[in-house]
Each structure stands twice: as C-alpha cells, then as structure tokens.
Write a protein that binds this ligand. Structure first.
Ligand code: C5P
Length: 221
C-alpha cells in the first residue's frame, strides 16, 4: 500500500521537451519523451498529492487523476508554471527545456532556394527554474541536470545558481539512462553536499526514491 504522505500538497511537475518553431512545419527540440516527469506525476498522485503536470509535446497519456496542462514552447511552459505558482508547495522540473529558440519565427514555410547553406539565428530562452528559484518562498524546489560530461560539477553549480533544494543528476551518455528509455541511473545531490548514487532502476522506482528524499528533507529527518 502506498503511504498517503502527500495529502494536502500540490505538486507541480514539468515534463517532456519543448518545441521552438522555425516556421509552420519545422522546429528545434530534443529527444526527451516525458517518461521521467510522467512517472513523477503518477507517483505523487498515488501518494495523495494534487498534481499539476505541465507537459511539452509527448506521446504519453496523462496519469489517472493528474491535471495536465499541455504546452509547446519554453515561453508557454514558463507562463503555465507561473500562472499556477501560487497553488504549488512542491515543484519538480523534469522537463528538458530548449535552451535556445529561433530569434525569428517565419510565418510562412522557409523555402528551399539556390543557396547551399542557410543559417538559423538562435536566442536564449528564459530559464524557468532559475526564475522559480527567485520566487521560491517556502516551496520545495527540485531540478534535473542531464549532462554528457563533468556531471557532478555541473549539477552542483546549477543547484546553487537556481536555489534548489534537491538536484537529480543523470549522465545521459549511459545507454540505460536519460532520454526516452524506461530506466534511469541518477544521483541525488543536496545543498549540504550530501550525495547518493542510485543504481539503475525503472523511472517509476526513481520517482519513488525522489519523493521519499523530498519528504525526508522537508521533514528534516
Ligand atoms: O538546461 P539545464 O541543464 O540548466 O537544466 C537544469 C534544470 O533547469 C532542469 O530541471 C530544467 O527543467 C530546468 N530548466 C528550465 N528552463 C530552462 C532550462 C532549464 O526550467 N530554460
């Protein structure tokens, strides 16, 4: 039986990739499937939380009992999250937000011309998690770091810069971890320097471990 230890909490989870449109038929995005975020949303609901799942484009169906808010771009994800921020007590940002978007979106399909190359200018997207870190209040804030090198150093830096209470670091170069697969291999990093390396497990199991850790840190045990 699931512990009902999240009754009364509103958990916001972001999941999936974002898409940044170039023109009506093309976009810039990444390989995120949404599996980790959806697993977190499902697990939080099973433990009694009210769950808001802000999701970029994903083929997954919304877990039972979860309120899903569908978005496409990082800008839309930011607006959806800030819109609901007042209701939230725990926020888990599992989305793979595109760091950059095309500086201009063409209203019409970009045509193939005689030229041999075409360049696309990109501009930085807002860092949603960093903004949430500034408006944290008494909420509990969890981030993810998908890295291909210097995993721990980068993840620790981001945890500090974004004012997080917990960072989930995953090395996406490992075959059974990260984007699209059903398993993950992560480390849980805390601001006090404590670090736990979890073995390979399903994303549902990783979700349960993350919620357990959130609860023990919130209770100070
Ligand atoms: O992209 P980065 O590695 O900095 O992502 C770390 C964390 O920040 C993730 O939890 C991700 O969801 C979040 N993020 C965000 N907005 C961005 C970029 C990342 O919320 N524009």
């Amino acid at each position: 039986l699931m512990p009902q230890d999240l009754v009364g909490e509103t958990v916001l989870v972001t999941a999936g990739p974002t898409r940044e449109e170039i023109d009506p038929v093309r976009f810039v995005s990444n390989y995120s499937s949404g599996k980790m975020g959806y697993a977190l949303a499902r697990a939080a609901r099973l433990r009694g939380a009210r769950v808001l799942l802000v999701s970029g484009p994903s083929a997954l169906t919304a877990p039972w009992g979860v309120e899903r808010i569908c978005v496409v771009s990082a800008e839309e994800m930011r607006n959806a999250v800030l819109d609901r921020w007042g209701e939230v007590s725990i926020a888990i940002k599992a989305a793979a937000v595109a760091d950059y978007r095309p500086a201009r979106r063409s209203e019409r399909k970009v045509k193939k011309a005689d030229r041999e190359s075409l360049s696309l200018e990109l501009e930085k997207n807002p860092d949603i998690l960093a903004e949430l870190g500034l408006r944290k209040g008494d909420r509990f804030l969890v981030g993810f770091a998908a890295e291909t090198c210097d995993l721990l150093e980068n993840a620790r830096k981001k945890m500090r810069a974004k004012n997080l209470d917990l960072m989930v670091a995953n090395d996406v170069t490992q075959e059974r971890a990260g984007f699209d697969v059903d398993t993950n291999i992560v480390r849980l990093l805390q601001p006090d320097g404590t670090e736990e390396a979890l073995p390979e497990m399903t994303k549902d199991e990783v979700a349960r471990h993350i919620l357990d850790r959130i609860q023990s840190l919130r209770k100070g045990t």
